[in-house]
Design a protein. Structure first.
Length: 239
């Protein structure tokens, strides 16, 4: 792929003497959805946390043509990278609206983006005065995504957005992700739900025990016998 927004070359992350990710190379072009699929424990979350700067890593890491390998998390956020973590990490006793405003605290005038987020997530507008801890799982995922969007990211990284959600809610979340691509935001999607991820992604990587073992256009991987056998099953239902 060319015209990448994010370029990761030979990324390696170790926990003590254990290599959690080895030699991972991925690219995420502007305005595209790239997914990394793999089993639980394959190193997918580790990969995202290293790109975000939460975990130390060894790699050639660039964003929009600029090296960010030595930048702290805050500088990566300021550059335009947002992460929606697997556990969502919302402030449960604060209102939906206050959680959203926190997402914009590094953006001058970012509070004005509330209406834009509410237009994309109408349910959050309805619940804006509720404590985040009272929301359903799907609503919490919407809030976590909305909070990330308040930072006006150019790259949105999503860690297991379907985790723990009912199939109908997963469909809604993935529809929203697909719509975000049309706004020009680059998206790096980490997912165990390979079927759902491959249906909306432009390009895909398979991560197994810390290594990229397969890559290609998402539609091609969705029809690859190895991916079908390992991640999609036979006769599985569409999300």
């Amino acid at each position: 792929m060319s015209g990448e927004m994010l370029s990761v070359r030979d990324l390696a992350v170790s926990y003590g003497k254990v290599d959690a990710v080895r030699g991972a190379t991925i690219e995420v072009p502007a305005g595209r959805i790239v997914t990394v699929i793999g089993a639980n424990g394959a190193g997918k979350s580790t990969l995202l946390n290293a790109i975000m700067g939460i975990l130390p890593s060894r790699s050639a890491l660039s964003f929009d043509g600029r090296s960010i390998a030595r930048l702290p998390v805050e500088a990566r956020v300021a550059a335009g990278i947002s992460l929606v973590p697997e556990k969502r990490e919302l402030f449960g006793t604060m209102t939906v609206e206050d959680n959203l405003r926190l997402g914009a605290f590094r953006v001058a005038g970012g509070g004005g983006d509330l209406d834009r987020v509410y237009d994309r997530f109408p349910r959050l507008r309805e619940r804006r005065r509720q404590a985040a801890g009272t929301l359903s799982g799907g609503e919490r995922q919407m809030l976590a995504m909305g909070r990330a969007l308040m930072a006006r990211p150019r790259l949105l990284m999503l860690d297991e957005p379907s985790l723990g959600l009912a199939p109908l809610i997963v469909k809604d979340i993935f529809q929203i992700i697909a719509e975000l691509r049309a706004t020009g935001v680059a998206i790096l999607l980490i997912e165990q739900n390979a079927r759902a991820a491959l249906q909306i992604a432009d390009y895909a990587y398979v991560l197994e025990t810390g290594e990229i073992t397969l890559e290609g256009p998402a539609a091609t991987l969705a029809n690859d016998p190895r991916v079908i056998e390992s991640y999609l099953g036979l006769g599985g239902h569409r999300y």
